[in-house]
Design a protein around this ligand. Structure first.
Ligand code: NAD
Ligand code: UGA
Length: 459
C-alpha cells in the first residue's frame, strides 16, 4: 500500500523527532503533526528553530529543512485525520493519578480520545498506528472503538513502539537497532515498512503479532531500567567494601554476554518512561495474578527510589548532619544530558529532600528554565510555591550557582561540567568544599588535589 499523507497526533518528544525524520527521508509524503496544545504547536512553528519546544541535538536542522515543504505542525486535528491514509497516535500515556490502578496503571484516556476522534472524522479507510507505549492488549480497545462507528470505514491497527532515547533521538531514529511493527494485516504492515524502508535496512524491520509488539516495548524498558538498578545496587555494596563500581562495571561489561552499555552507576534513573512502564508491567502482571513476576519487576523501582534517597541522605550526613541554611549548588536538572526534559528527574527528588532539611538551593542547568524547575517542585506539592521560590533559585551562570556554596551536587552528566575551572570554583566555595558527583563524571584524584572533599557513586 502506498502512503501519501500521514498524520501524527501528539507533537511531543516522540511525535516531533520521529515525524521530522520520516518527513526528511520520505520527501514525497506529506507529514502533519497535530496537537491540542496550541502553545506547543506555535513553538514548533517558530521561525527561529532554536526555540523549538524540544531540545535534541540535530533536530532543529531537520525541522528547518523539512518544515513547510512536507512537514507541517497544526492544531487542526480533524482536517489532518480526514486527509491522511495513516494516523500515528503518539500522545502521552502517564501513570494514572486517580481511580482503579492509581499510581500503577497507564492512563489511556488520551489514547482513547484519539481513537474516538479518528472514528468520528474518518470517511475513508485508515491505518492507525500505536506509537505511544501501551499496555499489552490495548490494540483490542482501539479496535473496538474504531469498529463500532457504523460508517463502513475499515481500520487496520498496527503497533509500532518507539525505542529512541532522549538526547540521542535523531541518531537513534536515523540508525535504529530495529523497527518493530506488530499487526495482522500484511498490506498495512507493508505500508508502514515501506516508509521506514526508505532508510532502514529491511532486515532491521521486525514483524510480530500486535501483542508481542506491545509487550516488547514494556519489556525493553524494564530490562534497560533493571540494568541501571542492578549496577546501582552494586554501587552501594562498593561503598562498603572499597571496590570501585566503575572498575566492576568495566570488568563485567567486557563479558560479551553482559556487554558494556547501560552500566553507568548514577543517582538513579529518571525520565518519563522507565518508572511508568515498569509500574504498568507490574500492574498487568498483578492483574493476571502473577505476583512473583510483579514483585520481581517492582524491585527495580524500589531500588531506584532507594538510590535517590541515599544520595541526599549521604550529602546531609557528610555536611555534619545538617544542611539547614546552607547553600547547596545543584549542577543539572534534566534527567540526562542533551535534553531539556526533566520528567521524573532524580534532581527533583534530591532537591525536595534537601529542602525538607531547609537547605538553600541554587540550580544551574544549561537547557532547563527557572519556570520549569519551579513547576517540577510545585508539582510534588510538598510545600507552597512561595516557599519553593524562597528556598530554591535558578541561575544562568554555573559560577554564580557555586559561589559561596557549602557543597555542589552533580545531578546531570552534561559534558560542560567536566571542563569548568574547578580551581576557581574551589576558591569561590566555603571550606571544606564538598563535591557529590551523582554521575561520576569528575576525576577523584584531580578534585582531591585541588582540595575538594569529593564523593562519587560506588567508590
Ligand atoms: P509528550 O507529553 O511529550 O507528548 C504528547 C503530546 O500529546 C502532548 O503535546 C499532548 O498535548 C498531546 N496530546 C494529548 N492528548 C491529545 C489529543 N487527544 N489530541 C491531540 N494531542 C494530544 O509525550 P512523549 O514523551 O512524546 O511520549 C508519547 C508516548 O511515547 C508515550 O506513550 C511514551 O511512553 C512513549 N515514548 C516516549 C519516549 C520518550 O523518550 N519520551 C520514547 C519512546 C516512547
Ligand atoms: C529510554 C530507553 O533507553 C529508550 O529506548 C526508550 O525508547 C525510552 O526510554 C522511552 O520509552 O521513553 P530515555 O529515558 O530517553 O530512553 O533515556 P535513557 O538513556 O534510557 O536514560 C534513562 C535514565 O537512566 C536517565 O536518567 C539516565 O541518566 C539513566 N541511566 C542510563 C543511568 O543512570 N545509567 C545508565 O547506564 C544508563
Amino acid at each position: 500500500m502506498k502512503i501519501n499523507k500521514i498524520c501524527c497526533i501528539g507533537a511531543g518528544y516522540v511525535g516531533g523527532p520521529t515525524m521530522a525524520v520520516i518527513a526528511k527521508k520520505n520527501p514525497n509524503i506529506k507529514v502533519t503533526i497535530v496537537d491540542i496544545n496550541e502553545a506547543r504547536i506555535a513553538a514548533w512553528n517558530d521561525t527561529d528553530v532554536s526555540k523549538l519546544p524540544i531540545y535534541e541535538p540535530g533536530l532543529a536542522e531537520i525541522v528547518g529543512e523539512t518544515r513547510g515543504k512536507n512537514l507541517f505542525f497544526s492544531t487542526e486535528i480533524d482536517k489532518a485525520i480526514d486527509e491522511s491514509e495513516m494516523i500515528f497516535i503518539s500522545v502521552n500515556t502517564p501513570t494514572k493519578t486517580y481511580g482503579k490502578g492509581k499510581g500503577m496503571a497507564a492512563d489511556l484516556k488520551y489514547v482513547e480520545l484519539c481513537a474516538r476522534n479518528i472514528a468520528k472524522v474518518a470517511k475513508t479507510d485508515k491505518i492507525v498506528v500505536e506509537k505511544s507505549t501501551l499496555p499489552v492488549r490495548t490494540a483490542q480497545a482501539i479496535k473496538s472503538i474504531l469498529s463500532n462507528t457504523g460508517s463502513g470505514v475499515n481500520f487496520d491497527i498496527l503497533s509500532n513502539p518507539e525505542f529512541l532515547a532522549e538526547g540521542t533521538a535523531v541518531q537513534d531514529l536515523l540508525n535504529p537497532d530495529r523497527v518493530l511493527i506488530g499487526g495482522d494485516s500484511e498490506e498495512a504492515i507493508d505500508g508502514l515498512a515501506n516508509i521506514y524502508g526508505s532508510w532502514v535496512p529491511q532486515d532491521r524491520i521486525l514483524r510480530t503479532n500486535v501483542w508481542s509488539s506491545e509487550l516488547s516495548k514494556l519489556t525493553a524498558n524494564a530490562f534497560l531500567a533493571q540494568r541501571v538498578s542492578s549496577i546501582n545496587a552494586i554501587s552501594e555494596l562498593c561503598e562498603h567494601t572499597e571496590a570501585d563500581v566503575n572498575e566492576v562495571a568495566k570488568a563485567i561489561g567486557m563479558d560479551s554476554r553482559i556487554g558494556p552499555k547501560f552500566l553507568q552507576a548514577s543517582i538513579g534513573f529518571g525520565g518519563s518512561c522507565f518508572q511508568k512502564d515498569i509500574l504498568n508491567l507490574v500492574y498487568i502482571a498483578r492483574s493476571y495474578g502473577l505476583h512473583e513476576v510483579a514483585d520481581y519487576w517492582e524491585q527495580v523501582i524500589i531500588l531506584n527510589d532507594h538510590q535517590k534517597r541515599r544520595f541526599s541522605d549521604h550529602l546531609i550526613k557528610t555536611l555534619y548532619n545538617t544542611v539547614s541554611g546552607k547553600k547547596i549548588a545543584l549542577l543539572g536538572w534534566a534527567f540526562k544530558k542533551d535534553t531539556n526534559d526533566t520528567r521524573e528527574s532524580a534532581a527533583i527528588y534530591v532537591a525536595d529532600h534537601l529542602l525538607n532539611e531547609q537547605a538553600e538551593i541554587t540550580v544551574y542547568d544549561p537547557k532547563v528554565s527557572e519556570e520549569k524547575v519551579q513547576s517540577d517542585l510545585n508539582y510534588l506539592n510538598t510545600r507552597s510555591p512561595e516557599e519553593n521560590k524562597a528556598l530554591l533559585q535558578s541561575t544562568d551562570s554555573p559560577y554564580e550557582a557555586l559561589d559561596d556554596a557549602h557543597a555542589v551536587a552533580i545531578m546531570t552528566e552534561w559534558d560542560e561540567f567536566k571542563s569548568y575551572d574547578w580551581e576557581k570554583i574551589y576558591k569561590q566555595m566555603k571550606k571544606p568544599a564538598f563535591i557529590f558527583d551523582g554521575r561520576n563524571i569528575l576525576d577523584k584524584s584531580e578534585m582531591n588535589k585541588i582540595g575538594f572533599e569529593y564523593y562519587s557513586i560506588g567508590s
